[in-house]
Design a protein around this ligand. Structure first.
Ligand code: 5GP
Ligand code: ZN
Length: 116
């Protein structure tokens, strides 16, 4: 379920402190330590899933749960009305640093150019 050397698993277990925005039994949302915008929140499943390539039938409930609650988390982060960008990096070319699946909620200002 958890991976010993994973920093996000450690955050879930409370071994590394974080500023929580939303939490329930399946997911956790917390502030990014190095924000790129006034609002920068990370949403993670409470099970170690490496990246989007590792999403399978057995763990899809976490992804389902994240998206069912994304509006609620955006509200808690203060960007529900103003809007936000949702980003998920997978692998080398995308520059994924932490190998525990996470979605960035970025907002709190008018964001710059889009990649896509
Ligand atoms: P990635 O590049 O993998 O999509 O994003 C990883 C994100 O995790 C980065 O934005 C980085 O600032 C954030 N991060 C890395 N370590 C920690 C940590 O220990 N605590 C928090 N709150 N964020 C972290
Ligand atoms: Zn992990």
């Amino acid at each position: 379920m958890f991976k010993d050397d994973c920093i996000f698993c450690k955050i879930i277990k409370g071994e590394i402190p974080s500023t929580k925005v939303y939490e329930d039994e399946d997911i956790l949302a917390f502030k990014d330590i190095n924000p790129v915008a006034p609002v920068h929140v990370l949403v993670i499943p409470k099970e170690h899933i490496k990246d989007t390539n590792e999403i399978v039938e057995e763990n899809i409930k976490y992804i389902d749960h994240i998206f069912k609650n994304i509006g609620k988390i955006a509200k808690a982060a203060g960007v529900y009305e103003s809007g936000y960008r949702l980003i998920c990096n997978c692998g080398e070319d995308a520059g994924q640093q932490v190998k525990h699946l996470h979605f960035h909620i970025i907002g709190g200002k008018v964001l710059g150019p889009k990649v896509l």
